[in-house]
Design a protein around this ligand. Structure first.
Ligand code: GTP
Ligand code: K
Ligand code: MG
Length: 399
């Protein structure tokens, strides 16, 4: 029997099994069995080299966003509208057959947007080009799940399930569970929060299923069986997802209103160019990018060329900023002067661990240099983002 058939069989058994206290342990074990099989399914066949032809696109810009959705929901139309890069759009399904990259220029940053072939139910098991498409989704910082506002609302659940089946976790934080395999010593089980979904015995059973007999387990939150399995598997990818309902030009206002109120959702129409600005702003917010302007001593900062940091990737402390500018800067820094929302007063004298916020201005004072001690001040720069100009009015940027 193949892996997919075995997964189906276990799923059927789970569906037959009533959920109650007596079956809880058995169900937990079945969940672990499925998770193990799915992981096997994802392993590339022996001797295969990569696989996803046409799908390996080089990363570019400050972040990557993938367009995921059923066929003909308008992914390619959207890519063309947002990036100006043409991607063939047509009324028949599977118009797009590979990964088409485009670039969004927004807030002085560049975001790579990837158009992809449509995926269908069963994608996670290799139907269509599902596996390659999902691999691209996994490599992204944000998924835009494009949905057709006029089609079944079940599509959202089906696609979410497909992505979860291959280890993607949408709009979720990693579970607060410490887990470490050991060589000896048996299982040590501790918890700092009351557990209502799982108990020690069930944890042991799941670990047994994984043939793990020595490990340290610490639950720091009221996590579920699924959370625990995710932590054991360890290969989960936690990624943000915005559900984009396109084609609202063909549905009634009541439907538009209902869809717009779904969690993490936005409604748009490519045909009528409706709400595309809001989509861009939303995307920007979700990416959590932090623009930092570098100020050379005694000069204006260059407000056209931010250094772009990210709290999700690489971090956004003064140290991360230094590493962006030059690899020896951390070593040479005496302290940093920071203007902006992260500063308690302007400028604040900061160390390497200071967390920077979007549109902060940073001057690195090197060990050998003497800081200018309040000489000169910023003139508001013609291209300066409004927030910085405002801030300057309130608290002039000295130094
Ligand atoms: N009514 C309406 N039609 C749209 C809208 N956006 C796209 N379409 C149409 O939907 C059809 C499919 O668009 P595509 O951009 O090819 O969709 P896709 O998701 O890239 O499709 P595949 O590549 O085949 O998966 C085309 O006929 C588009 O003109 C919209 O906002 N409203
Ligand atoms: K199409
Ligand atoms: Mg397409």
């Amino acid at each position: 029997m193949g892996i997919i058939e075995r997964i189906k069989e276990i799923e059927a058994e789970m569906a037959r099994t009533q959920k109650n206290k007596a079956t809880e342990y058995h169900l937990g074990q079945l969940k672990a069995k499925i998770a193990k099989l799915r992981t096997q399914l994802l392993e590339p066949p022996k001797g295969a080299s990569g696989g996803g032809e046409g799908f390996e696109v080089t990363k570019y810009g400050h972040g990557r966003v993938a367009l995921i959705g059923f066929p003909s929901v308008g992914k390619s139309t959207l890519l063309t509208m947002l990036t100006g890069t043409h991607s063939e759009a047509a009324s028949y399904e599977f118009t797009t057959l590979t990964c088409i990259p485009g670039v969004i220029h927004y807030n002085d940053t560049k975001i790579q947007l990837l158009d992809l072939p449509g995926i269908i139910e069963g994608a996670s098991e290799g139907k269509g080009r599902g596996r390659q498409v999902i691999a691209v989704a996994k490599s992204s910082d944000l998924v835009l799940m494009v949905l057709d506002a006029s089609k079944s609302e079940g599509h959202r659940q089906i696609l979410t399930k497909e992505l979860e089946a291959v280890g993607l976790r949408l709009n979720k934080q990693p579970p607060q569970i410490y887990f470490k395999k050991k060589k000896t010593g048996g299982i040590s089980f501790n918890t700092t929060a009351p557990l209502t979904h799982i108990d020690e015995k069930l944890c042991y059973q799941i670990l047994h299923e994984y043939k793990i007999h020595n490990a340290e387990v610490l639950f720091r939150e009221n996590a579920t069986v699924d959370d625990f399995i995710d932590v054991i598997e360890g290969n989960r990818k936690y990624i943000k997802c915005v559900y984009v309902y396109n084609k609202i030009d063909v549905v009634g206002i009541d439907d538009v209103d209902r869809l717009a109120r779904q969690p993490n959702s936005i409604v748009i129409s490519c045909n009528l160019k409706l709400n595309l600005d809001r989509l861009l702003a939303r995307m920007w917010d979700e990416m959590g990018l932090v623009r930092v302007y570098s100020k050379p001593q005694g000069q204006q900062p260059d407000f056209d060329e931010p250094f772009v940091l990210s709290s999700d990737r690489g971090g956004c402390t003064v140290e991360d900023f230094c590493n962006h500018v030059h690899r020896t800067l951390v070593k040479d820094m005496k302290y940093a002067l920071v203007w902006g929302t992260s500063a308690r007063h302007n400028p604040q004298n900061c160390g390497l661990s200071q967390h920077l916020e979007d549109e902060d201005v940073v001057q690195i004072v090197k060990k050998k240099e003497r800081d200018e001690g309040g000489r000169g001040r910023f003139k508001s720069h013609s291209n300066a983002p409004a927030r910085i100009a405002d801030r300057e009015k309130k608290a002039p940027l000295k130094q």
